[in-house]
Design a protein around this ligand. Sequence first.
Ligand code: PLP
Length: 439
Amino acid sequence: MSAVTPLGIPDVGPRRLADLPAPSLVTELPGPNARAAIARDRAVVSPSMGRVYPLVPARAEGCVVEDVDGNRFLDANAGIAVNSTGHCHPTVVDAIQRQSEKLLHYCSSDWYLPVYAQLCERLVATAPAGMGAAQVFLGNSGTEAVEGAIKLARYATRRPNVIAFLGAFHGRSLGSLGLTASKSKYRGGFGAMPAGTLHAPYGDADHIERVLFEHLTAPDDVAAIIAEPIQGEGGYVVPPADFWPALRRICSEHGIVLIADEVQSGIGRTGRMWAIEHEPVTPDVILAGKGIASGLPLSAIIAREGLMSWGPGKHGSTFGGNPVACAAAVATLDLVERGLMANAASIGTRLLAGLHAMAARHDAIVDVRGRGLMIGVEFADHDAAAAIEQRCFETGLLVLTCGRSAIRIAPPLVIDADRADKVLSIFERVVSEVSASGL
Ligand code: PLP
């Protein structure tokens, strides 16, 4: 048996890319190969994808991303919280290779796949005890999990309406787009959204009873309330402590299904398997996606005991729970449970402390918040946050904006103290530069 490091990573000796210093920039950005790749891309790829800066990755390991010109970047974004175990974690790659030699696909909606059930068992074991003997449906993407959960809630309650929150992001297919309320541009031009969706301010559960139930929907017409335990796209916003208990009370009083959308916050990112575990409540449904399979497409609807009353054919998916993605997810859960979740908690504390101290030194930073490795840094306005994002890229640090004027820090969960300190030092240098430029 090979030795295992404290983070649960098999000790495979020096790993070339993951261990190299980053950032290390060897060309102007974008470099010549990146410029050529971008030109080809622009000719044929849907222009709906709003690329944030000209990064063209060629390979990546751990927290290091190398582009097509050999520039190395330090990744504090993880492909938007997807590369949870770090890029190309050897344990995950090994699980993918082994599974792909045995079975690439056989439609899980019609036949039995042992690795599908194995992953569902593992997810059930992670669910809060209050969910009882939970059951799981696997899909391919976050939006597919959201759509399935709304179908499930409507089916189980035979009610039409769903309540979501301003600032929420739940996906871009038509059903989930009706719930998404982070930016109006996501909806603009697409006509009427599905009927029966209502929104309340995030963090203000009182609004549901005072305004929505009073004026817009009878509670017994509401199938579900769906919320992110920490709002992601909306700005990495941690809700007030009384928010989730109030949602739980409202749902329990009126027979409404409470859905925690953990597509971004789940799988150990906040230092616990599910961000909802930081709240004193048990949801009826947990949705997972993004980081669940370390980069392979997979999502999950985890529903409390008894909720999945739907019968055969009521819901399915050709590719959902593909065996290769399932094998990657089982390996991901192993790594997260055996060390990465604890690492997210301790490195997250280090990053949060460093950022709070930074905020005290820089007026440009107006707020720092988050849990574990899901951290938001708020600036005065959108232009400042966008300039920070851009300048970080030019300096070799990968970050992404969120909300109106925040930067999200969401590195792979394998990040160690040295890399975290590097993130802090580069970020502070960039904040100083951008502040000095008058933004
Ligand atoms: N739910 C949340 C909380 C998300 O952050 C996202 C994506 O960012 C989604 C749902 C949609 O996921 P996908 O892009 O995989 O459809």
